[in-house]
Write a protein that binds this ligand. Structure first.
Ligand code: SF4
Length: 250
């Protein structure tokens, strides 16, 4: 399946003029999505990529989930005993209304984290003032981005722009790659580290392992496997000056 990169919904409203987003689900408490901070997780539906190893494949379709206003979504996410929010998907930035939701969630003492693959830098830029941290999914080597994301156009220039704007912003930038056995190669990791180094990133780069789950599509992941940690231990030795590599094997 090829997905049109530009296919995000601009300025959708309901009959009363309320701005709409597509919500998949809300998880009341997560202790694993943001380091050391319990958060409520908001899954927005729809994605403009079609990674074969996607763990949330049922919410890739742009028509998945249900339409809700930013206030309705914020209302369903507030009131839990957490210290913030993680907004994930799908790809949250395909929804131009994302900053409105973040504005509703932003409050003193609440951490707001976004998970993104960075293919819509304009929306990301508008979202930045409301964010404390960003998990940035670096899919692959720049030269293989379109192949892995399976988009009609190469998303890499936009992804690169997103990384650049986040590095210039007052927000914690946490780059992360899912290591998919049978798909990700050692030289992909080298290329990503070279890019992060070249662009001036200093900090921790996380590599996590792919695991098949109820959310993956069996027909798409037949040739992939969950690599043993021993297959990745050499990546720590690829670290660049100012960048450390941390393996997160689940
Ligand atoms: S892995 Fe992320 S970017 Fe890729 S299709 Fe799934 S939701 Fe979209």
């Amino acid at each position: 399946m090829t997905v049109e990169l530009e296919l995000y919904r601009a300025g959708r409203t309901d009959s009363q003029g309320w701005t709409l987003l597509r919500l998949a689900s809300v998880i009341d408490v997560s202790l694993v999505d943001v380091p050391k901070i319990p958060v409520t997780v908001i899954f927005l539906a729809g994605c403009n990529f079609d990674c074969p190893y996607c763990q949330n494949a049922e919410i890739i379709p742009l028509e998945s989930g249900s339409e809700s206003t930013p206030s309705e979504i914020a209302g369903s996410a507030k009131g839990f005993l957490t210290d913030g929010y993680c907004i994930t998907g799908g790809e949250p930035t395909i929804q131009k209304e994302l900053p409105l939701l973040l504005k509703e969630l932003k409050a003193p003492g609440k951490h707001v984290n976004l998970n993104t693959q960075g293919s819509v830098p304009d929306v990301l830029e508008a979202a930045v003032p409301f964010l404390d941290s960003v998990w940035f999914d670096v899919k692959s080597s720049p030269r293989k981005y379109q192949q892995v994301a399976r988009t009609r156009n190469d998303p890499w220039p936009r992804v690169r722009r997103s990384v650049e704007l986040l590095l210039d912003a007052d927000v914690l930038f946490w780059p992360r790659t899912t290591y998919v056995g049978g798909l990700t190669q050692a030289d992909d990791i080298e290329d990503i580290l070279d890019f992060l180094s070249e662009i001036g990133f200093h900090g921790e780069y996380v590599i996590q392992n792919f695991i098949k789950s109820a959310g993956t599509r069996e027909s798409e992941v037949e040739e992939f496997y969950s690599a043993p940690e021993s297959e990745a231990t050499g990546f720590a030795g690829l670290a660049r000056s100012g960048i450390s590599v941390r393996l997160e094997w689940r």
